[in-house]
Design a binder for this molecule. Structure first.
Ligand code: OOG
Ligand code: NI
Length: 455
């Protein structure tokens, strides 16, 4: 018998420790958690069917817990270290997000659990961006950034020892896990003391705020955590009512009866006091990086559904004339041609589903009497229940909007450049897993289980 703790337990312990740390570091984030808890309780009260569905999926217990956080690293070595550190928590890199097309000097992946049981045990994930030094225009600044990053060590020797132990032994004991979580957490802590002097900071900041945020500090401080809301419009209204500076527009699809993909909003980054060591003088400064975000997740779309989503979103963006509430109305009108009904989405092959036998079908299976038929025929006959598979990934256009809401207007800037997934994966040390393939696996697993039961 193995005496290792599960990677699910490690991820849960880490996400809880991270949440506590962030609430201490950014008190406004505690208010956001409070808003989410209140609006979620109201949504459950108003919709008993939703409550029953969440209870059946075992999702009520950790409903208000964080679903994701985000960090930004500076070098290939740091990215590869993050891959190894998150592997200890059962998280693998899924998807490649090229933010260069949105004018940001980074590209990203999401470290996340991949199978159903791991996702329901703890769905915590980390959106991780890598600086593209090649996109810094000034050659001197590029060299300076490379030198500064080459010298810092973002993961302690202690944490690295546990990572190696995990890799060599295939797991960690309970005591080691506790010690690993504490050591790993330090990597993501905020440091008010900059690594560089004030002049260097100003130079990087002028190149791009993201560059200063990534290069000028001791490590990749967690820049936001994101709990799940059941009603993002209500949570957004409540943020505004409490005087929190929320984004004016919710990113992603409009409000729908059958939610798709991911909707997100955030509050603006706080201005925080930092200090520089200029020779033997301590100089006070300010930095804005850290914020809070909320998300509401819907059904995962197939490549076909996703193409339709991207097409409609691009149309709506092109026709966009107003911000705020009016844009939400324009967006809703543009999405009128996307079926707002799970059955229609299934018929048209737009979304992923998992299939489970009804109680009657289970009785028939046990008696060896389930009628032969395709999945669709069994659903139509009322013997199989099709349950929407939840979208577990991110959206590049939305992510760019989240980044941008936390940068000043002067930072919109021209980092086009070529997409470089191959370069990113070389840095990472493995390919980014394909999200569509993972949803298809989830769907296929449910069909295979049925076939095994009836074989
Ligand atoms: C990441 C922004 C993207 C999301 O939820 O789409 C993101 C960052 O600001 O580092 O977190
Ligand atoms: Ni986020």
């Amino acid at each position: 018998m193995s005496s290792f703790v599960s990677t699910d337990a490690t991820r849960l312990a880490f996400s809880e420790a991270m949440s506590l740390m962030y609430r201490e570091e950014v008190p406004l984030y505690g208010d956001l958690l409070d808003i989410v808890a209140t609006t979620n309780a109201r949504a459950l009260e108003a919709d008993p069917a939703l409550r029953a569905q969440l209870a059946a999926n075992g999702e009520l217990e950790r409903l208000n817990a964080e679903r994701h956080g985000a960090i930004r690293v500076g070098t290939a070595e740091e990215l590869s270290l993050m891959r190894r550190l998150f592997a200890v928590m059962g998280m693998a890199p899924v998807g490649y997000y090229d933010l260069g097309v949105a004018g940001l000097p980074v590209h990203s992946t999401a470290f996340r659990p991949i199978d159903n049981s791991a996702l329901s045990a703890c769905a915590f994930r980390i959106f991780c961006s890598l600086l593209r030094i090649d996109l810094i225009a000034d050659a001197d600044l590029r060299t300076r950034a490379t030198e500064i990053l080459a010298e810092r060590r973002i993961v302690s020797d202690k944490a690295i020892n546990f990572i190696e132990k995990f890799e060599n032994d295939g797991g960690l004991s309970s005591d080691d896990m506790t010690a690993f979580v504490a050591a790993a957490l330090e990597t993501f802590r905020w440091h008010g003391e900059a690594l560089v002097d004030s002049e260097t900071y100003a130079a990087f900041n002028a190149a791009h705020r993201l560059v200063a945020d990534i290069v000028c500090f001791r490590g990749p401080h967690i820049n936001h955590l994101t709990p799940r809301t059941l009603d993002i419009d209500a949570a957004q209204a409540e943020m505004i009512a409490r005087g929190i500076k929320a984004k004016t527009v919710i990113e992603g699809p409009p409000r729908r009866d059958a939610p798709i993909l991911l909707r997100q909003t955030s509050f603006q980054a706080l201005e925080e006091a930092i200090h520089f060591r200029d020779g033997d003088r301590v100089v006070a400064g300010a930095h804005t990086a850290r914020f809070g975000e909320i998300e509401q997740r819907g059904i995962a779309l197939t490549p076909r559904g996703r193409a339709l989503y991207d097409e409609i979103l691009a149309e709506a963006e092109a026709a966009r004339t107003t911000g705020g509430a009016n844009y939400q109305a324009q967006l809703a009108a543009a999405f009128a041609r996307f079926p707002d009904d799970v059955e229609a989405m299934r018929d048209e092959g737009l979304a992923y589903f998992s299939y489970t036998p009804t109680p009657e079908a289970s009785r028939l299976i046990a008696a060896g009497k389930l009628p032969a038929g395709s999945v669709d025929e069994l659903v139509d006959a009322g013997l199989l229940i099709a349950t929407p598979i939840t979208y577990e990934d991110f959206l590049p256009v939305s992510a760019a909007g989240i980044f941008r809401s936390n940068l000043s207007d002067g930072d919109q800037g021209g980092f086009g450049g070529q997409s470089s997934q191959a370069e990113f994966e070389a840095a990472l040390g493995m390919p980014c897993l394909d999200p569509f393939g993972l949803y298809l696996d989830q769907e296929q697993d449910s069909i295979d289980a049925l076939e095994r039961a009836t074989a």
